[in-house]
Design a protein around this ligand. Structure first.
Ligand code: ZN
Length: 241
């Protein structure tokens, strides 16, 4: 079965539409979401509705938690904080209750999912290095963990005691290795490529491919500016940073 792994949609409806169209075209049968459906973008309610319709599994991201008042926004930068406060007003009480009930982790296939890191999912740490990945392999069992949060596609492979950061574009695991994979961000990529990012996993072969799709960036930017959200949140979409 082909699983689509999506993360960090952040209220960007044009990007989510483009990704859902693409994964349908590619034949994905199960859609799994790694959290941060809302925050930053101007269409959180529309994104939530689609995610609830389409995803077999959804876990809690830090922005979802902030909107649902399950985590402090003290460590958020001013634009992120403004977006959390705006998003609370843009969502219904029912939407917020749904976000508040999301789990930190799930196992929607022969793999585990977490938004940030498996050692302490509520600490919202950012996994960006081999050394950190090496530590985190000790905090889950099984061959594969998906995470999001950094908005940066990455793949760490553990073979014996060695951990290496490999390209996530097209990867098939060898016998006996374990992996931690980030499929990048749908709605706010930060790796310098502004296209929406997601992953496809063929659970029979274990092959993972990273998918990038163009979307209507000016439409997402216009919605952010029209909503009165900070302009920096619109500008960064064009840069993919
Ligand atoms: Zn995020």
């Amino acid at each position: 079965m082909l699983h689509a792994i999506i993360s960090d949609i952040h209220g960007n409806l044009p990007a989510l539409h483009a990704v859902l169209e693409s994964l349908d075209r590619l034949g994905a049968e199960r859609v799994v979401c790694l959290g941060d459906v809302v925050g930053y973008g101007a269409q959180p309610a529309e994104c939530l509705r689609l995610i609830r319709e389409r995803c077999a599994s959804v876990i809690l991201g830090n922005h979802d938690a902030a909107v649902a008042d399950r985590t402090s926004i003290e460590c958020f930068n001013s634009a992120a904080r403004a977006a959390v406060l705006w998003t609370r007003r843009a969502l219904s009480a029912e939407d917020i209750a749904w976000l508040a009930a999301l789990p930190y982790e799930d196992s929607p296939g022969a793999y585990r999912t977490v938004h940030a890191t498996p050692d302490d999912p509520a600490a919202w740490s950012y996994l960006m290095s081999d050394d950190h990945a090496e530590e985190l392999f000790g905090f889950f069992s099984g061959p594969l963990l998906f995470y999001g949060h950094t908005h940066y596609p990455m793949l760490f492979e553990q073979s014996g005691s060695a951990v290496a950061c490999l390209g996530a574009e097209d990867y098939t695991p060898r016998e006996g290795v374990r992996c931690i994979i980030n499929p990048g961000s749908v709605g706010q990529p930060r790796d310098g490529d502004p296209r929406a990012s997601f992953g496809l996993l063929d659970d029979s072969s274990g092959r993972f491919t990273l998918q990038r799709v163009e979307y209507d960036i000016p439409a997402a930017q216009g919605a952010i500016l029209d909503a009165g959200l900070p302009a920096v949140l619109a500008e960064r979409l064009a840069r993919g940073r």
